[in-house]
Write a protein that binds this ligand. Structure first.
Ligand code: ADP
Ligand code: MG
Length: 658
């Protein structure tokens, strides 16, 4: 592979902090959709008495949120797979216990992910439905029991189509445009797949915005007093997200995000399920735990009552979990108190603490400086969670926000901004990980640091690492480590046909352009040959928030070592270029210097330094090679070469004056 060298590069940096444009006038209505893992909601901007406010649209069952579940009745039309009856929302949830293989829930976890992705592999082992590998793009797809294979975007589109229809019926007009929210850590591929779902549903998704940003938007919109630092703590059905935002006069800036992609209400339900199974088998010793857990329908029923008990205990101190004829005509009856639930789930609740601390650290903010704490997600109705959050920030969370609705309301506000209905709102989001490219020796050259506000555009100039190079391979990486091999390759761009020049001479402008949806465009241009290339980066697989935290931790732990390796690479790069320059000069002025008595010795020295450099390049991780020795030798060589030229010039002048 041909590599860049950063040595001798002119460094320029064009950086723009474009604010979200408020001037994109869209004539028609733009609805806001929270396409949640567990529940979805839709909202619009209502104009009553000249006051505009975001309002939830109830679904056809009169509910303000809709379970994100799609089910297929494979018996309805077994011959024609595509005409199978489809159920959405509550209707799909109700029949889950008897049709688990064809009831698709939490498919947002899979959207835009490669089949081999760790998160997907983990879900394959626990989901009752079949997850298959797409033959066309290697992504995780879903299959019904009679073999209808669909992408998670298609399932998402069925939900979006339902929400579109519900909105049209409610508003009495055709709805064509929407703003859809996504978790802050979603990568390009997941954002693209979400936009695709919209397209499939016949909705033009004008923008995807981050869920916490939407929550803050709906909180901060009306009230100028709401200027300040905001923490959004979002614990939903399957994921936990924490974001720190800065709101100032209608400008919303995400300062940091963190979380856990495998922590949510489901885990709480499972703790209760395990507890009631234990109680049940203790009372019925002839029944084993294994036979119950193997029975899908029983497990589904147990899960349903457990979730209900959990929700009850957010309002009452004690509840009774009852399921007649749960297994082998035995009845289940277990009572549970709020305190018991708190104790059982304390380790889950505590798992939200480190991400909160990390986000505060990344944003460089002390907890007491947070002005408002907003709770999002159904799980934050649990009193124990509220008290833990209060403890973390030293203040009670804001009570005016509805945790189930605020994200959709925020999306509607952003929709209103785009349609021109709402003025004076600007929105700023950030990148979750550092983005950069590979340079000489596998070093990672960051272009856009983690937590940079998007949209952002940045250009840097790089050069070649080998003489006469006619092409460069620009590898785009995401991560926090100094060497690319520890980061994640997310895209690859080849620039060919550039004018062959000595190394370090070509000027290759690499531009990263991240749009408001968080989608990355990378372009490269070489000025003298006028060659240009660009790509939109669509990574093969996503990085979960957990992976992001892990990468950051690893980067911190390895910072010293990584820096050392980088410094070594840089020293070698400089030495290498110095040697090449000297050799070129020697060639050019051979007639002048070749008669000097020092000349053969310096040529020998060049050879030996060149050998040391080659040896280093072949074993760049071998710490026993002392790079400083190479540097010293190069510096000495430079001195000698200079002397050689000075003497040669003097001798030439002497010769001339004779
Ligand atoms: P998502 O963002 O994943 O779509 P939600 O924000 O809708 O999820 O949260 C769903 C979770 O919240 C479920 O696990 C549900 O059981 C839980 N939940 C809903 N209401 C309550 C409540 N009153 N008390 C405790 N948990 C609740
Ligand atoms: Mg949510």
């Amino acid at each position: 592979m041909l590599k860049f060298s950063t040595y001798n590069c002119l460094k320029s940096c064009i950086r723009s902090r474009l604010l979200y444009s408020t001037s994109t006038q869209v004539a028609k209505r733009v609805i806001g959709i929270d396409l949640g893992t567990t529940n979805s909601a839709v909202a619009y901007i209502r104009d009553s008495n000249d006051k505009k406010s975001a309002t939830i649209i109830e679904n056809d069952e009169g509910q303000r949120t809709t379970p994100s579940i799609v089910a297929f009745d494979t018996k309805s039309s077994p011959q024609n797979r595509d005409q199978m009856k489809t159920l959405v929302g509550m209707a799909a949830k109700r029949q889950n216990a008897i049709n688990a293989e064809n009831t698709f829930f939490a498919t947002k976890r899979l959207i835009g992910r490669a089949y081999h992705d760790k998160e997907v592999q983990r879900d394959i082992s626990v989901m009752p439905y079949k997850i298959v590998k797409s033959e066309s793009n290697g992504q995780a797809y879903l299959s019904t029991s009679n073999g209808l294979v669909q992408s998670p975007s298609q399932i998402g589109s069925i939900l979006l189509k339902y929400l579109k229809r519900v909105s049209e019926e409610y508003l009495g007009e055709e709805v064509k445009m929407a703003v859809v929210t996504v978790p802050a850590y979603f990568n390009d591929s997941q954002r693209q797949a979400t936009k695709d779902a919209g397209k499939l549903a016949g909705l033009n998704v004008l923008r995807v915005i981050n869920e916490p940003t939407a929550a803050a938007l709906s909180f901060g919109i009306d009230d100028k007093r709401n200027n300040g630092l905001i923490a959004v703590y979002d614990l939903g059905g399957g994921t936990f997200d924490i974001s720190i935002l800065d709101i100032e006069d209608g400008v919303f800036e995400v300062r940091a995000t963190n979380g856990d992609t495998h922590l949510g209400g489901e885990d709480f339900d499972n703790v209760i399920v395990n507890y009631i199974i234990d109680t049940f088998v203790k009372e019925n010793p002839e029944i084993t735990r294994e036979e119950i857990t193997k029975n899908r329908e029983t497990m589904q029923r147990l899960k349903d009552v457990s979730e209900r008990a959990k929700i009850d205990l957010s309002h009452v101190k004690e509840t009774v979990i009852e399921l007649p004829f749960v297994y082998k005509s035995k009845h289940l009856k277990v009572s549970m108190t709020e305190e018991e639930l708190d104790n059982m789930t304390s380790s889950l609740i505590n798992r939200t603490i480190p991400p909160v601390k990390q986000a505060l650290k990344d944003a460089d903010i002390e907890p007491e400086n947070i002005d408002e704490v907003i709770l999002v997600g159904g799980m934050t109705r649990m009193p124990k969670i509220r008290s833990v959050v209060k403890g973390l920030f030293g203040k009670s969370p804001n009570s005016s926000v509805n945790p189930d609705e605020t994200v959709a309301l925020g999306a509607a506000i952003q929709g209103g901004v785009l349609s021109g209905e709402i003025k004076n709102v600007l929105l700023l989001d950030v990148t979750p990980l550092t983005l950069g490219i590979e340079t000489f020796g596998g070093a990672f050259s960051p272009l856009i640091p983690r937590n940079t506000t998007v949209p952002v555009k940045k250009t840097e100039i790089f050069s070649t690492g080998v003489d006469g190079q006619t092409g460069v391979d620009i590898k785009v990486f995401q991560g926090e480590r100094g060497l690319v091999r520890n980061n994640k390759l997310i895209g690859d761009l080849k620039l060919t046909g550039i004018t062959p020049l000595p190394k370090g001479m070509p000027q290759i402008y690499v531009t990263f352009d991240i749009d408001a949806d968080g989608i990355i465009n990378v372009s490269a241009a070489e000025k003298s040959s006028g060659k240009e290339q660009s790509i939109t980066v669509i990574p093969n697989s996503g990085l979960s928030e957990q992976e992001i935290s892990k990468l950051i931790e690893e980067a911190n732990a390895n910072r010293t070592q990584d820096n050392l390796i980088r410094q070594r690479l840089e020293l070698i790069s400089k030495a290498d270029i110095m040697i090449s320059d000297t050799e070129n000069l020697f060639k050019r002025y051979e007639q002048l210097i070749s008669n000097e008595k020092e000349y053969p010795k310096v040529v020998e020295d060049i050879k030996s330094v060149r050998q040391s450099i080659s040896k280093f390049k072949a074993n760049e991780n071998d710490m026993s090679i002392d790079v400083n020795e190479i540097k010293k030798a190069t510096d000495a060589l430079q001195g000698k070469a200079l002397k050689l030229f000075q003497n040669a010039t003097k001798n030439q002048q002497k010769q001339a004056s004779k």
